[in-house]
Design a protein around this ligand. Structure first.
Ligand code: MN3
Length: 202
């Protein structure tokens, strides 16, 4: 069964003014679709991998046949990362986190403000294209990956992640990545992040 881009769970302009409508169209309809097309193209050569979830492929990336491993890494990573990304945002999102993730952030980072500062700092410093992540490793930790590499490849469950490829922000913010990083928190869907936090601890 072929992989598919999940439909955006809100309108393309719903995250304005933080993320603009044109960026959402290009990002979701073109970039994410291209990752899915490339992933499906690679998997056609190995029908035995067709039944695996993209997360399972990434968790065992070294078991993927060598002739398609890099394509699966980049495009399977791109598919998984973006599927998470659309889901953890919502219109009129942001504000202070709630529920268990709020308590854990306080425990592991001192305060939400300190966590945001550390996360934005790490994501701003990611050289070139990549992602900033919040993962669970017995405690909450911030990490970054290059390109479309996924925390799943390192055995970690991504609770929350922000895309720092230029395609995520360049139309509106140009080279001002820190401005995009600061604005992005106004889109976060903390209910969804809490669901992912539950999954991460399993
Ligand atoms: Mn992207």
């Amino acid at each position: 069964m072929a992989h598919e881009v999940p439909p955006l769970p809100y309108d393309y302009k719903a995250l304005e003014p933080h993320i603009d409508e044109q960026t959402m169209h290009l990002h979701h309809d073109k970039h994410h679709q291209a990752y899915v097309n490339n992933l499906n193209g690679a998997l056609e050569k190995h029908p035995d991998l067709g039944s695996k979830s993209v997360e399972d492929l990434l968790r065992n990336i070294n078991a993927v046949p060598e002739d398609v491993r890099t394509v699966v890494r980049n495009n399977g990573g791109g598919h998984s990362n973006h599927s998470m990304f659309w889901a953890i945002m919502k219109p009129s999102g942001g504000g202070e986190p709630n529920g268990p993730i709020a308590d854990q952030i306080k425990k592991d980072f001192g305060s939400f403000e300190d966590f945001k500062k550390q996360f934005n700092d790490a994501a701003a410093k990611q050289f070139g294209s990549g992602w900033g992540w919040l993962i669970w490793d017995g405690k909450l930790k911030i990490m970054t990956t290059a390109n479309q590499d996924s925390p799943f490849m390192q055995g970690h469950f991504p609770i929350l992640g922000n895309d720092v490829w230029e395609h995520a922000y360049y139309l509106k913010y140009q080279n001002r990545r820190p401005e995009y990083l600061a604005a992005w928190w106004n889109t976060v869907n903390w209910d969804e992040v809490n669901k992912r936090f539950e999954q991460a601890k399993k």
